[in-house]
Design a protein around this ligand. Structure first.
Ligand code: AMP
Length: 112
């Protein structure tokens, strides 16, 4: 089982901030912003590139949960960044879809 599936199964501890039928959201263990939460689907899908048409609703649930978490953690009004890293050059290190919710400081562009 992959690391994020183990977190979803509560076999690996995490600082969970939100959960619903489709997703789990927990604090990133190595935050790069004052607010850094990962939203993962409970279903294992390795990356955004691996998502199928049947996952369309699931992708929507992940984004809506990201918005919800941003409101919960009080970064919604000031603004926040939602990031899916995908594949090697995209900077993806864990092969289970995860949405980074980043906020609490101004974000730069272009990203590194
Ligand atoms: P990515 O590089 O986009 O694949 O993001 C993976 C993220 O998972 C990184 O920001 C890591 O800090 C984070 N991470 C790795 N292991 C854990 C863990 N056990 N609990 C919470 N976050 C983790």
């Amino acid at each position: 089982m992959c690391l994020f599936c183990q977190i979803v199964a509560r076999e690996v501890p995490a600082n969970v901030v939100y959960e619903n039928e489709h997703v789990l959201a927990f604090k990133d263990v190595a935050p790069v912003a004052p607010c850094h939460v990962l939203v993962v689907p409970k279903k294992h899908v390795a990356s955004v590139a691996d998502a199928e048409a049947e996952d369309a609703m699931l992708l929507g649930h992940i984004l809506l949960a990201g918005n919800h978490v941003a409101r919960m953690l009080d970064v919604s009004a000031s603004g926040y960044r939602l990031v899916f890293n995908n594949g090697r050059d995209g900077g993806q290190h864990v092969a289970h879809i995860h949405l980074h919710v980043l906020g609490g400081r101004p974000m730069r562009w272009p990203p590194g």
